[in-house]
Design a protein. Structure first.
Length: 238
């Protein structure tokens, strides 16, 4: 075959070959692949390493990602990148994921069901925490947690995340981080003010109560009602 004719045949075949080649463009990488591999952050940035294969967290200080609102998720990654939330590993990961990658991984986790075992065990005796969560404490200027996070802990809107089925140690640690000025990004500094009004014991008890709420389907919940607080009798103070 003449050289010129052979070249033309080869050129004609190239488009057909390229059409069947796998697309390795990074914009085609799915959120699941990023979660499993770390994407541009590499293996040390793989989400599953800390947050588990099902996005359940580790039951302690690593939160669940499964079922989180994707907008909330991407904002938290941005806060880590800006230093408004402090965690060396998460800051490093956020710095290595561009915005499209953050959106993909957030959407991936948003579609996962909340896995079993993420919530704490309900404490049927902790009615004080129930009242504080559901009603707040007007005498101290404390609004109810339910007003932003929902009576069942499912979260209200995109800006207020679910607390139900988040590990109680993680929730307590976040209250302490708000209190210490180590976490920012909350409009009007509401969480900072609230956390600074809570005692250390209240932080721990609220974390346990919030984690056990029913906002994540399939989980048991603390009692729906607790005995109302008794007011002192006006004459005897009893």
């Amino acid at each position: 075959m003449p050289a010129t004719l052979a070249s033309l045949v080869l050129l004609a075949a190239l488009p057909a070959c390229s059409a069947v080649e796998p697309n390795t463009d990074r914009y085609e990488i799915s959120g699941e692949v990023i979660a499993l591999s770390g994407g541009d952050a590499g293996a040390r940035g793989a989400c599953v390493t800390c947050h588990g294969l099902n996005g359940q967290g580790n039951g302690s200080h690593v939160p669940r990602l499964a079922g989180l609102d994707p907008g909330y998720h991407t904002r938290q990654l941005e806060y880590f990148a800006r230093g408004q939330r402090r965690h060396p590993q998460m800051t490093w990961i956020a710095d290595h994921l561009d915005w499209p990658a953050r959106e993909k991984v957030a959407n991936y986790y948003a579609e996962l069901p909340v896995p079993e075992g993420a919530a704490s065990t309900p404490d049927a005796e902790d009615c004080a925490a129930a009242r504080l969560y559901q009603q707040g404490d007007a005498s101290r200027g404390l609004p109810s947690c339910a007003s932003c996070h929902g009576a069942n802990g499912a979260g209200v809107g995109q800006g207020n995340p679910p607390l139900a089925a988040q590990p109680a140690p993680y929730l307590e640690a976040q209250l302490k981080a708000w209190d210490a000025g180590e976490r920012h990004g909350d409009p009007n500094n509401t969480m900072t003010r609230i956390s600074q009004l809570l005692t250390e014991r209240e932080k721990a008890r609220l974390a346990g109560y919030s984690s056990a709420l029913s906002g994540a389907a399939g989980y048991p919940a603390p009692p729906a009602t607790c005995p109302p607080a008794r007011r002192p009798y006006p004459r005897s103070g009893a």
